[in-house]
Design a protein around this ligand. Structure first.
Ligand code: ZN
Ligand code: MN
Length: 477
């Protein structure tokens, strides 16, 4: 598909280290009171000296390797100078000329095909603090600052402007999230764990940078808004200025913040309090630690389990779902497992807006195996299996207990025959029976409904239908 849109992303992902990038403060700030996870270093107090967290460096190298990048032999931290209240030192410690890596690539699915999105660079930097506005950024009378986030290690992944639409940007981000989660260095469920700045340009215009996109859904919305805004300017023969715009998540719009600064404005220079670090020696052992990644796992699923490419994609995006599937498919027919996990279970999770991680507090692979085994053996109907899954997700419990308590066990054929006889012998139904025998075939629906009622939904409607037809054929013959 041809497009006049060019989008490049700068993705900041919080690394799951236990302590911050340059100080020993803990990183589990998400449910903490403001300014409780701080020290002189991450508060930028005079004289406090940073020390690099080796685990953060190792995680960033793993990310670079998983994205197919060329890891550099030596890294150097730089100061990026600018003033903002969330940055107490007046500069951010980041990387510039000597980052972790250059030149990688991520494959995404787009319009039924595959596209390669080039990665320009991967570097490590510290997260600034968090500003909280009462209301929106342009109308708030006060802003509050929380430095708990200050100094959290971020890996920044910069793409070339290879994305052609807001939708592709979303697909790319989801893929990136998936890869980082497979590596075990990132948890996308945490609030603000991934924050994105986007560069967007249309043919014939300058590029604008949109900052502060902090949700996966927000990316598509912010980019769509920005493309429409630029298109309208170009249509009226007005120029698109090179500028930085802020995405307002609440209103779904971008607001001009300042005309774009240039690299030289930041006066980058090497951080004098940190020495260059040689990382080349770590690469072989970290390479060996890279697990099977989503693309490889998807290919393996298609071959090993003979499932459709669509199911394989749906099952491998989230590592926890992929693990869950493999545990179930080792016991139950892999195709049946694929349908019940990719279609039914994922549907129920989406409907409840819960993640697999949350669901697994209640639903184990063993429970799921029990449910599918009962289904395979005809102990419960498909509807019954769905009811059990829903009940476990909503209230917890064990499959057998729920089947008993909710009387979901499918009825025996003897009981079924009994139900059919009872319905056919009920005087109330004589009208419907003679209607059917007189050729009004829709009267059968009513009789099926009566049997379903009699059996309290524990029969498969299809089976009821064919048994009723047989019984009535015999009656009329
Ligand atoms: Zn600290
Ligand atoms: Mn950055």
């Amino acid at each position: 598909m041809k497009s006049d849109v060019k989008i490049g992303l700068e993705c900041h992902a919080q690394l799951l280290t236990r302590s911050k990038l340059f100080c020993p403060c803990p990183t589990d700030y998400h449910n903490a009171d403001p300014n409780t996870h701080v020290c002189p270093i991450c508060l930028g107090l005079p004289g406090a000296l940073p020390a690099v967290n080796a685990m953060a460096v190792r995680y960033a190298i793993k990310v670079a390797l998983a994205l197919g990048c060329e890891v550099q032999p030596e890294i150097i931290f730089y100061r990026k100078n600018y003033y903002y209240p969330d940055l107490p030192r007046g500069f951010q410690i980041t990387q510039y000329d000597f980052p972790i890596a250059f030149n990688g690539m991520v494959r995404i699915e787009s319009d039924g095909g595959e596209r390669e999105i080039r990665i320009r660079r991967v570097h490590l930097e510290e997260d600034p603090g968090r500003l909280i506005y009462k209301g929106t950024i342009d109308t708030a009378r006060h802003s509050l600052v929380d430095y708990n986030r200050s100094g959290i290690p971020l890996v920044e992944i910069v793409t070339e402007p290879d994305l052609r639409s807001p939708k592709e940007a979303r697909v790319f981000l989801n893929k990136l999230r998936s890869i980082l989660e497979y590596l075990g260095v990132f948890n996308g469920d945490l609030e603000g764990a991934m924050r994105v700045d986007a560069n967007i340009s249309l043919a014939g215009g300058e590029r604008a940078e949109v900052k502060n996109i902090s949700s996966y859904k927000g990316v598509e919305r912010a980019l769509s808004f920005e493309i429409t805004r630029q298109r309208n300017l170009l249509r009226r023969n007005l120029s698109v200025k090179q500028e930085t715009r802020h995405y307002d998540e609440v209103r779904g719009i971008t607001i001009s913040m300042r005309t774009k600064e240039f690299e030289e404005d930041y006066r980058y220079f090497p951080e004098p309090d940190l020495v260059p670090i040689r990382i080349a020696e770590y690469v072989p052992e970290l390479k060996a630690e890279i697990p099977e990644l989503p693309d490889e796992r998807r290919k393996r699923f298609i071959i090993q389990y003979s499932i459709t490419p669509e199911h394989a994609t749906a099952l491998t995006y989230d590592k926890l779902i992929a693990d869950f599937y493999e545990a179930v498919a080792s016991e139950i027919d892999p195709k049946l497992s694929a349908t019940w996990i990719a279609d039914v279970l994922k549907g129920e999770l989406n409907y409840r807006s819960i993640t697999m991680r949350e669901a697994m507090d209640r639903l184990s692979p063993d429970d799921f195996v029990t449910i599918l085994r009962h289904l395979e053996r005809g102990v419960i109907t498909e509807r019954g299996a769905t009811v059990v899954i829903r009940e476990i997700l909503d209230r917890g419990g064990k499959p057998e207990e729920i089947i008993k308590r909710k009387k979901l066990a499918r009825i025996s054929s003897a009981e079924m025959q009994q139900a059919i006889d009872a319905v056919l012998n009920d005087k109330e139904n004589t009208g419907a029976i003679s209607d059917y025998l007189a050729g009004k075939s829709e009267a059968l629906n009513f009789l099926v409904g009566q049997v379903m009622k009699y059996t309290r939904g524990r029969a498969e409607p299809k089976e009821v239908r064919s048994m009723l037809e047989n019984a009535l054929r015999n009656a009329s013959g």
